[in-house]
Design a binder for this molecule. Sequence first.
Ligand code: SER
Length: 321
Amino acid sequence: MSENILVIGACGQLGTELVEELRKIYGDSHVIASDIRQSDDEVFKNGPFETLDILDKNNFSALLQKYKPSQVYHLAALLSATAEAKPKLGWTLNMDGLFNVLDAAVDFKIGKIYWPSSIAVFGPNTPMNDTPQNCVMDPNTVYGISKLAGERYCEYYFQKRGVDVRSLRYPGLIGYKSAPGGGTTDYAVSIYHDALTTKKHECFLGPQTQLPMLYMPDALKATLDIMHAPAEKIKIRSSYNLAGMSFSPEEIAANIKSFIPDFEISYKVDHRQAIADSWPNSINDTEARNDWGWAPSYDLNSMSKDMLVNLAPRYGQSLSI
Ligand code: SER
């Protein structure tokens, strides 16, 4: 295959792993990683890397002219906690960045666009359990408001401008290869690192805060599956609900303890609790399952095993569990 794929925001938690997967499929030289910052992750040494601030339209146009990508994955955004701290930048980056990509899709006739949405589109009046695709959506965070507005614009550009844009409402993403940044669900990554090092985790969410989560291999599969599905199967052009598992800090801690018996969790709740409290406990992803065959592979226990076994060597340990 000789088409070029551009990944914007490639150095983030999802981008780092997605670039690696896309390079396996399309070839190293056909997947152009771009980000406002540099990363020393090995994956970026294997193919083209371009510095790109997605708010810089001229630089973005030059990149599109140079590589003529047939697909763009637009991942650059401020996540929930960071966008609360920097609300103006959160809105500008999340919205204007998306507009620049959607407008470029029209102007440069880009074949397909991927843009991530989030469970943050839901809010305090959303049904909390088994949250359906369509329901009350009253996000009360800058991040959630930008994602919900972004979803509406994705559907608008599909209907009015014919842009083939595809999107998933990710739960919290958990993986061992790359670090998250600025999210409310990030504790569920650092807890595994802490379990292998200090054996203590101080959690910024309370013990019973249930949140929807997804293990990275499942997130990558969902992302590639929706992008590779025939266009007629993608019936939702705002963004699809997507579910993997749901758990609370005390549940993930108990699960980790079953592998590392002297692990202990403690709690020091901060401002992120209010963000978590406004989000659902669990998600109904019937449409994704029916329309393009989504099914997750990992639950909490299989994810914990995989995380711990793969992280252990980083800390000079080997675990056989
Ligand atoms: N993981 C994200 C966050 O916590 C939610 O999309 O901000």
